[in-house]
Design a protein around this ligand. Structure first.
Ligand code: CA
Length: 708
C-alpha cells in the first residue's frame, strides 16, 4: 500500500540532518512509529499509529505520566505534534507551547497576541487545532488570520503573513499542512458573510503562491479560473457582488489530506453564507435550485498550482449549515472484488461517503445517524431532498435532523487498517430552522445566517429542558466503510465527545463530555480503561514513543461550538461539564495524580426586577438571538465556558451595560463593541430581555441546586 512505507530504513532519522523535516519524512510518516509529525499523523490522515506496546492486555496499567496546565480556560481542540522527543501544541487564542515529551519539562512558549476583540468574529470559540512542520520550522494559523513560521527549537518568529482581509470576520482555527515546502491554510467565517478560500504559502518566506476561491464573487471575466466560471451558473451572482455582498461562505476551515502518488490535495468546503439558500440560489426567490458550487463539497486540486481536478458536492445548495469540512481519511480497500483507492468522510449531513479519490467518482453513501433532510442518495451520489425540510422554499419553520452541529463535527475520526473500521465521534441533535423575517446581511457583527436563532429556545421549565437535552446523544461508532454499516457503537449521555486515535495495540482512545478519557477494544468496543479527567474533552489523542516507551497524550478542556451554546449543567446527567485546560500524558505503570478538583462556584441568580414592556423584551429577544446567542448561549441560559449574562454585574446598571456592549471596554477579553450593528435602544432591549430571562430562571434555580 503506497500510503505507508514498510521498511524502516527508508525513514531518515530526525536530527541526523540539518534539513529537519523533509518531503520524504512526511511521505513516510506512517512507518515512523516514534513521532507524530503532521496533523493527521500521515498524509492519509488515518490517525492510526502502529505502536503496540500499550495493548488490549495491558492498557489497564496505563497511568498519568505527566500533565501541563494551559493558561486559558477556553476550548482545547489541538492535535499535538511530536518530533524527536519534543511535543508541540497549540492552545486557545492560538498560543503555542513546547515540552520535553518524556518528562513534561516546558521548553518554550509563543503567544501571537491575538487581539481579544477577535473573539466576536468566531462562531465556535477561540480554539486552534494544531501545527504543521517543515524543515526546522513549525507553522501556525492565528485566530486573526495570520500564518506564522516559528523556529522549532526556540519558538522565535521567522516570518508572519496576513492571509485574510482583517477588516472582515475571517478567522483561522484549523491546522496548516505542508506539501513539499508549500504551507496550506484556509479560514473560517461563513456565519459572518465571508467568501471562502484555501491558499498556499512558501515555507521559506510566507509569500502567497496560489489561492483557490471556493465560490465566485460574481465578477468573473474571461481569465477567471475555469472552476469559478463553472460555479457561476449555480449562484445568484447579484448577491455576491458589491459592498453589501453576502460573501457566499464555502470556507475551508479544517480538513485536508494528500495522496503523494496521485499528487492530489483534498480539502473540505463549508456551508453557505447565509445558511438560508433562498438568498443564494438563482433568482433568490426560493424556487431556484442552484447548487451553489463549491459549498459542502470535497475538492481535489494540484498542490503545486491550486489547479482544480475534481469535486464532489455532498449537499447541493445547502441550507442547514451542512459543511463538508469534516475529517477526510484516505485508505485502500477491496470493494465489490476490486481494490479501490478511496476517500472517506462523515460530513455534518449524516451520511458516510466513500469516493474514488483518483477521480472523485461516487462509490457509496449511507446514513450513519438518523436524518430527515434527504429521502436517500441516488446512484450518482445526488441526494433526494425531503421537501418538508426545504425551509428555503417553504419559508416555514421545520425541525431538521441533524442540526447545524451535524451528525459529526470537526472532531477527528480514526481508521484502523487491520480492523477495516472507521471510528466516528457522532451525535444526534435536531434543530428548528425558522427563516428570519426581513433578514438583511450585516457583515460587521453577529450571525449572518438568515434564520431566527431564537426559534429553538427552550421554555423556563427544567423538566422540559432536561427532556430535550436528554434527546441529544453522543456516540462512538465503529463504521465498516465497505458494508456501509456500524460494526459496534458506544452511546454517551451527552454529545460533543472527543476526537479519536486508533493504535496497533488494538485500541481506540477517546475523551468525552462526561469528563473521562477512555480506551476501547478496537474490535468490539469494550471499554478497557478510563481516567477521570475533571473536564470535558473534545480534542483528539495522539501516541508517540521516546526511548522505546509508548505515551498517549490528549489536550483536555471543554469548549467549542456546542459547549458555548449549551447549558453546561444539562449536557449530561453527571453535573456541570467544566473546562480545566490541561495536557494529559499517560504511560504504562505511571501513577501520577491530578491536583484536587476545584469546586465550581456559581452564585445564586440575583437579577434586578423585570420592569420593561413586552415589546422591548421581544425586540431584545430577536437581537439577542442574532448577536449574542452564539457565545452566551440561546435564551441566555449560560454555558460553563463563557460569561453567563444572567449573572452579569452590569445587568442592573444601564450605564455599565452600555460601556461593555456599546463602548467595548471588555474588548481585550473578547467582548468587542457592537455599536456598528446595534442601536443604543436595541442594546438596552437586550438588557431588558436578559433581565427577564434571569428572573424566569431564578424560579428554577432552587430546583436545580437541589438536584446537584
Ligand atoms: Ca458553519
Amino acid at each position: 500500500m503506497m500510503l505507508a512505507l514498510t521498511s524502516c530504513e527508508e525513514v531518515p532519522a530526525f536530527g541526523a540532518e540539518a534539513d529537519g523535516v523533509t518531503a520524504a519524512m512526511l511521505e513516510a510518516a506512517g512507518s515512523d512509529e516514534a513521532n507524530w509529525i503532521m496533523h493527521g499523523r500521515t498524509y492519509s490522515e488515518q490517525r492510526y499509529s502502529p505502536l503496540s506496546r500499550i495493548d488490549t492486555g495491558n492498557v489497564g496499567e496505563l497511568g498519568l505520566a505527566w500533565f501541563a496546565d494551559m493558561d486559558t480556560a477556553r476550548g482545547q481542540e489541538a492535535t499535538p505534534l511530536v518530533i524527536d522527543g519534543k511535543l508541540y501544541l497549540t492552545t486557545a487564542w492560538s498560543k503555542v507551547k513546547a515540552f520535553d515529551a518524556a518528562s513534561g519539562a516546558p521548553l518554550w512558549e509563543y503567544d501571537p497576541q491575538v487581539p481579544g476583540e477577535t473573539g466576536v468574529k468566531v462562531c465556535c470559540d477561540v480554539v486552534n487545532r494544531g501545527l504543521a512542520s517543515w524543515g526546522n520550522s513549525l507553522f501556525l494559523g492565528t485566530l486573526d488570520g495570520r500564518l506564522v513560521s516559528l523556529d522549532r527549537d526556540t519558538g522565535e518568529v521567522e516570518w508572519e503573513t496576513v492571509t485574510v482581509d482583517q477588516s472582515m470576520a475571517y478567522s483561522i482555527t484549523g491546522a496548516p499542512r505542508v506539501i513539499d515546502g508549500k504551507v496550506l491554510i484556509g479560514n473560517g467565517g461563513a456565519e459572518f458573510g465571508v467568501r471562502g478560500y484555501i491558499a498556499a504559502y512558501d515555507a521559506a518566506d510566507g509569500s502567497e503562491l496560489w489561492r483557490f476561491y471556493t465560490v465566485p464573487d460574481g465578477t468573473e471575466g474571461e481569465d477567471a479560473p475555469a472552476h469559478l466560471k463553472a460555479a457561476a451558473d449555480t449562484w445568484n451572482l447579484e448577491v455576491l457582488r458589491g459592498s453589501d455582498a453576502i460573501g457566499g461562505g464555502g470556507t475551508v476551515w479544517d480538513s485536508m489530506a494528500y495522496d503523494p502518488e496521485l499528487d492530489l490535495l483534498y480539502f473540505g468546503v463549508g456551508n453557505g453564507s447565509p445558511w438560508n439558500r433562498a438568498y443564494r440560489s438563482p433568482g433568490a426567490d426560493g424556487t431556484g435550485e442552484g447548487d451553489n458550487l463549491y459549498l459542502s463539497s470535497i475538492v481535489a486540486v494540484r498542490p503545486d498550482t491550486g489547479e482544480y481536478v475534481w469535486h464532489y458536492q455532498t449537499t447541493p445548495g445547502e441550507t442547514w449549515d451542512y459543511t463538508a469540512t469534516q475529517h477526510i481519511i484516505l485508505a485502500d480497500m477491496e470493494i465489490d472484488g476490486e481494490e479501490r483507492q478511496v476517500l472517506m468522510q462523515a460530513p455534518k449531513n449524516g451520511f458516510f461517503y466513500v469516493l474514488d479519490r483518483a477521480t472523485g467518482e461516487f462509490i457509496s453513501a449511507e446514513e450513519y445517524i438518523p436524518q430527515n433532510w434527504a429521502e436517500g442518495i441516488d446512484e450518482n451520489g445526488r441526494p433526494i431532498f425531503n421537501p418538508q425540510t426545504r425551509i428555503d422554499v417553504t419559508g416555514e419553520a421545520a425541525l431538521v435532523m441533524p442540526g447545524p452541529l451535524g451528525g459529526h463535527n470537526w472532531h477527528p475520526m480514526a481508521y484502523h487498517p487491520g480492523e477495516g473500521l472507521v471510528y466516528i465521534p457522532a451525535f444526534e441533535a435536531a434543530t428548528v430552522y425558522d427563516p428570519e423575517d426581513d433578514w438583511k446581511p450585516d457583515r460587521a457583527r453577529g450571525f449572518n445566517v438568515g434564520f431566527n436563532l431564537g426559534a429553538g429556545d427552550l421554555p423556563p421549565d427544567l423538566g422540559i429542558r432536561r427532556e430535550v437535552y436528554g434527546t441529544v446523544k453522543g456516540k462512538l461508532m465503529a463504521w465498516d466503510p465497505v458494508a456501509q454499516e456500524a460494526r459496534w457503537e458506544v452511546e454517551f449521555p451527552g454529545p460533543w465527545n472527543g476526537g479519536l486515535l486508533a493504535t496497533g495495540g488494538g485500541l481506540v482512545f477517546q475523551g468525552n463530555s462526561g469528563s473521562e478519557f477512555a480506551a476501547y477494544d478496537a474490535a468490539d468496543g469494550e471499554k478497557l480503561w478510563s481516567f477521570a479527567a475533571q473536564t470535558g474533552i473534545v480534542a483528539p489523542p495522539i501516541t508517540y514513543a521516546v526511548d522505546g516507551e509508548q505515551y498517549i497524550a490528549v489536550l483536555a478542556g471543554w469548549g467549542g461550538a456546542y459547549a458555548i451554546s449549551a447549558d453546561g449543567h444539562l449536557v449530561n446527567d453527571q453535573g456541570p461539564v467544566r473546562n480545566v485546560s490541561r495536557l494529559l500524558v499517560f504511560k504504562l505503570g505511571a501513577d501520577g495524580e491530578l491536583p484536587a478538583e476545584r469546586e465550581l462556584v456559581s452564585l445564586p441568580l440575583d437579577p434586578p426586577p423585570s420592569r420593561s414592556d413586552a415589546q422591548t423584551i421581544a425586540l431584545g429577544k430577536v437581537k439577542y438571538a442574532r448577536y449574542c446567542a452564539v457565545c452566551h448561549a440561546p435564551a441566555a441560559v449560560g454555558s460553563t465556558v463563557l460569561p453567563d449574562l444572567r449573572r452579569s454585574g452590569t445587568l442592573g446598571n444601564a450605564r455599565s451595560w452600555m460601556a461593555v456592549v456599546h463602548d467595548g471596554i471588555l474588548k481585550d477579553n473578547g467582548m468587542a463593541s457592537f455599536s456598528q450593528s446595534l442601536s443604543r435602544e436595541e442594546m438596552e432591549a437586550i438588557r431588558a430581555y436578559v433581565i427577564q430571562r434571569a428572573n424566569e430562571d431564578k424560579a428554577l434555580e432552587t430546583e436545580q441546586i437541589a438536584r446537584r
